[in-house]
Design a protein around this ligand. Structure first.
Ligand code: GLN
Length: 538
């Protein structure tokens, strides 16, 4: 049986527990341990797939087609761990399973209760996910903040698990905040004391306190926190703000967090430097030689988390090209009626990400037209491919009113539409093409040039598809269908012949990009943008 690290949060939300968990995974991996993560989300939705990105941020999709919390994206980007549908446990999922069992009569007439039935189900799900991955250490992040009513069953479940697993097999890292009160010129430890107190009330202790701070922790503060929170002084670990999330593992290593965890879990491994990662962060991420402006045109621009993986993948593409990517966020709704030209005139690449619903669609179509006509590198992703198709249909092929049936069910030219088999599905939670599907690339295309191979597999999350009856007329006008799903003959990637770099894909490449291994399409998109900029500057 592997060992467990439970991560809880105190004082306020948004302390970066997910980044902390991913960084801990990175540090343990560097020490030769195999790790995985489980994210427990205390909401009643079965998964975040049906939630508005404004509320929840991006929905991260796994290879096996689960719609999960975006924290799992951080984990895949920071580590080699393989994330699956079992990696995200929600209250909704747990209740769904318990109630299904109750209806089936599995509980043999017993009264079904939060303790033990809900907590047992949580424990079983955690153990199952951990065992399936056959890892040395499973990191379990409990969403929310200690003191929330809704996270109580999860905290009770980990209290029981810790007790059952025993010393050296489980530890609790509590991520907390030391707020700095400017007018008093002081960093306060009291909220942390209270939050550890809340943990104690429910029978949990903190083994390590990861203290988020703006300023250094003084010796006096460390002593005070240790004394009042029942932890040893070395277990009060400073986690100060850093400029970039990829610096966090380096900062935590400097504080000796990996040694501390190994000691508490009684695991012996040689120390390893994070040399490659350090190089990547300090040289290629923080002081690159070039810079480039890329526009992201979407409707959830106001919320940084809504396009998390897209923004990260652009940064990775920058790292691979020794360039800092400056992202210009363009709200497509603002440009439905007015021209985009002034907003886009300084950018060297335009990306349109995924999305649902017709808000802002005409603004996106305008952005495609601008990129196509001005030879600006263009990258369309999922809905981005669909709007690129609509734009081409209307303005190049001459199909009047061409649209997706998602936005106009009665359109005369449904260039994007549902597959026959999907038309009968009415359950929003499970009607999409989700997860990894194969794609075959044609040689001598930009896509083939990027991937350098014929067979690829990428993650999907959409309902609508390119309508194959329009294929021939599009080819005649200069579109190339460079990637196709070999089983169902579905269009996966489109390109334009008369354009330096115009690529749009039906899948989501952003989910498979990592800082030290940029996704090939993002890498080549940024390369094309740099080339465009060079030419323009001459
Ligand atoms: N709304 C589109 C569809 O369902 C695109 C989805 C997306 O971009 N993820 O097909």
């Amino acid at each position: 049986m592997g060992k467990f690290i439970f991560i809880t949060g105190g004082v306020v939300s948004s302390l970066g527990k997910g980044i902390a968990a991913a960084s801990i995974g990175k540090l343990l991996e560097a020490r030769g341990l195999k790790t995985t993560i489980i994210k427990c989300d205390p909401y009643l939705n079965v998964d975040p797939g049906t939630m508005n990105p404004f509320q929840h941020g991006e929905v991260y999709v796994t290879d096996d087609g689960a719609e999960t919390d975006l924290d799992l994206g951080h984990y895949e980007r920071f580590t080699k761990a393989y994330i699956t549908k079992d990696s995200n446990i929600t209250t909704g999922k747990i209740y769904y399973s318990v109630i299904t069992k109750e209806r089936r009569g599995d509980y043999l007439g017993k009264t079904v209760q939060i303790i033990p039935h809900i907590t047992d189900e949580i424990k079983k799900s955690i153990i199952k996910a951990s065992k399936a991955k056959d890892v040395d250490v499973t990191i379990v992040e409990i969403g929310g903040t200690v003191g929330d009513i809704e996270s109580l069953p999860f905290l009770e479940a980990i209290r029981q698990l810790r007790w059952e697993l025993g010393v050296n097999y489980a530890l609790n890292i509590h991520v907390t905040l030391l707020p700095y009160i400017r007018s008093a010129g002081e960093q306060k430890t009291k909220p942390t004391q209270h939050s550890v107190g809340r943990l104690r009330e429910i029978g949990l202790t903190a083994d390590i306190l990861l203290c988020r701070t703006e300023r250094r922790i003084t010796k006096e503060q460390r002593d005070k926190i240790a004394l009042f929170c029942n932890v040893d002084k070395e277990s009060v670990v400073e986690a100060s703000d850093v400029k970039h999330i990829y610096e966090v593992p380096i900062a935590l290593k400097k504080e000796g967090l990996d040694d501390l965890i190994l000691k508490k879990l009684n695991i012996k491994r040689d120390d390893k430097d994070l040399k490659d990662w350090r190089n990547l962060v300090l040289k290629r991420l923080k002081s690159p030689q070039k810079d480039i402006k890329i526009a992201v045109v979407g409707k959830y621009i106001a919320l940084p988390d809504a396009y998390k993986s897209i923004y990260e993948a652009l940064v990775h593409g920058g790292i691979a090209n020794n360039a800092r990517v400056d992202i210009v966020k363009v709200d497509s709704q603002d440009f439905e009626k007015r021209s985009l030209a002034s907003k886009l005139k300084d950018v060297s690449g335009i990306l349109i990400p995924g999305g649902f619903g017709d808000r802002g669609i005409e603004g996106k179509i305008k952005a495609v037209k601008y990129a196509r006509e001005n030879n600006i590198p263009f990258f369309g992703i999922c809905l981005g491919m669909q709007v690129a198709t609509i734009e081409f249909a209307r303005n190049v092929v001459g199909l009047k009113g061409a649209n997706s049936t998602e936005f106009d069910v009665d359109t005369k030219n449904p260039v994007i539409s549902l597959l026959e088999e999907q038309k009968e599905v009415h359950d929003m939670g499970a009607s999409m093409r989700l997860g990894s599907y194969p794609c075959k690339l044609s040689e001598k295309t930009l896509s083939y040039k990027a991937y350098k191979k014929e067979s690829i597999a990428e993650r999907h999350r959409h309902r609508y598809e390119f309508n194959n009856i329009y294929k021939e007329s599009f080819i005649e006008k200069g579109m190339t269908f460079s990637g196709v799903n070999p089983e169902k003959n579905l269009v996966e990637i489109i390109e334009l012949k008369k354009h330096p770099w115009f690529v749009a894909c039906q899948f989501h490449p952003e989910f498979k990009s990592k800082p030290d291994k940029s996704h090939p399409l993002f890498k080549n998109f940024i390369a094309a943008a740099l080339e465009y900029k060079n030419k323009k500057d001459k």
